[in-house]
Design a protein around this ligand. Structure first.
Ligand SMILES: CC(C)(COP(=O)(O)OP(=O)(O)OC[C@H]1O[C@@H](n2cnc3c(N)ncnc32)[C@H](O)[C@@H]1OP(=O)(O)O)[C@@H](O)C(=O)NCCC(=O)NCCS
Length: 326
């Protein structure tokens, strides 16, 4: 059995922060941001809006498309590093908001690869028949953990949520074909949030040193990302006896246009096959893949039988790639 995506949904908060707005906050320019990243604007959650609120909006849209009653779900997996509360899981909060009592629900912490990890886990439960209706969500409020005094990072990230509904299918030619995940924990330090946590508890010193905010060594992440995304994509294609020329669409974590351009060039896949929305949303971490998939789906891009290559990379370092037959 395979798992098949039968519904997609996404949500972005109403407030838009343009590069011109950022010019007023940090020492930067629209030109620098566009040339180095491809980002023009990003959405920002309102003070009242938390990660689960955005997850709920995206989930409702995906469930509506799938014509699945929320009460029917028997699994909810949510990728996030910006949950509502340290615990319990935001997936549990979402289950409550959906009025569902059946599903077991948990979060996955794999940063920008969170929804690819979540999809891989849900795929195992659905394709083995353990779950009949699964909800995969990526939802993030990154604007709450970036340092608005750090121009190296605050320009990159945005908020949003995306969701996918999965069900089992007997047609082996359709659905998730395989997902290949990797981690290199020796490189955790190049992209992380130092605290608060058991290593660096919440103290006045932590706040004074601004260690509650995301830290990134951009150059190291860039180099790592291009190599890892190419390797994982080749692995996923080879596992399905496909070559880059067989790929109809690429749905990639939207981190940086230059990272994706370099990766696609190395793979020999035309950039036109990769749906881009980073110019409008920035890097939305775990939300990125399901938001992008939903946008391309609702634009009518996918035909039955199309081969979609998924790829994502994020802190951990955690990355992976997968193949879906639509
Ligand atoms: C962050 C990133 C865009 C920076 O681009 P870069 O070409 O590597 O730039 P550098 O870090 O070498 O910085 C070059 C200069 O620009 C400056 N700079 C950094 N941010 C700036 C900004 N927003 N505006 C203007 N100048 C900026 C730096 O301070 C540096 O100045 P210096 O040479 O005087 O020290 C790039 O490294 C990147 O995209 N990395 C990957 C990030 C990512 O995708 N992370 C998430 C992965 S999931």
């Amino acid at each position: 059995m395979r798992s098949r995506i039968i519904g997609t949904g996404s949500y972005a908060p109403h407030k838009v922060l343009t590069n011109a707005d950022l010019e007023k906050i940090v020492d930067t320019t629209d030109q620098w941001i566009v040339e180095r990243t491809g980002i023009r604007e990003r959405h920002m959650a309102s003070a009242e809006e938390a990660t689960s609120d955005m997850a709920l909006a995206a989930a409702r849209r995906a469930l509506e498309m799938a014509k699945v009653d929320p009460a029917e779900l028997d699994l909810i997996v949510l990728g996030t590093i910006t949950g509502d509360l340290p615990w319990p899981a935001t997936a549990a909060l979402l289950q409550g908001m959906l009025g569902n009592k059946r599903a077991f629900a948990f979060d996955v912490s794999a940063a920008c690869s969170g929804s690819l990890y979540a999809l891989s886990i849900a795929d195992r439960y659905v394709s083995t028949g353990i779950a009949k209706k699964a909800l995969v969500v990526g939802a993030e409020t990154l604007t709450r953990i970036v340092d608005w005094q750090d121009r190296n990072t605050c320009i990159l990230f945005g908020d949003g949520a995306g969701a996918l509904v999965l069900e089992p299918s007997d047609d082996a030619q359709r659905g998730v074909q395989s997902i290949h995940l990797h981690t290199d924990g020796s490189q955790w330090h190049i992209l992380h949030q130092p605290g608060p946590g058991s290593r660096n508890p919440l103290t006045a010193e932590l706040l004074e040193k601004r260690r509650q905010y995301l830290f990134m060594n951009g150059r190291e992440v860039f180099k790592f990302a291009v190599r890892a995304l190419e390797d994982a994509s080749r692995e996923a294609l080879a596992a399905n006896r496909l070559s880059p020329g067989d790929v109809t669409h690429v749905i990639a974590h939207q981190a940086n246009k230059r990272i994706l351009d370099a990766t696609l060039e190395r793979l020999g896949i035309p950039a036109s096959r990769c749906w881009m929305n980073l110019d409008r949303y920035g890097n939305t971490s775990a939300a990125s893949i399901p938001m992008t998939l939903d946008e391309a789906n609702r634009a009518g891009r996918f035909e039955p039988g199309d081969t979609i290559l998924l790829m994502a990379i994020g802190a951990g370092m955690a990355w992976g790639a997968g193949v879906i037959r639509w």
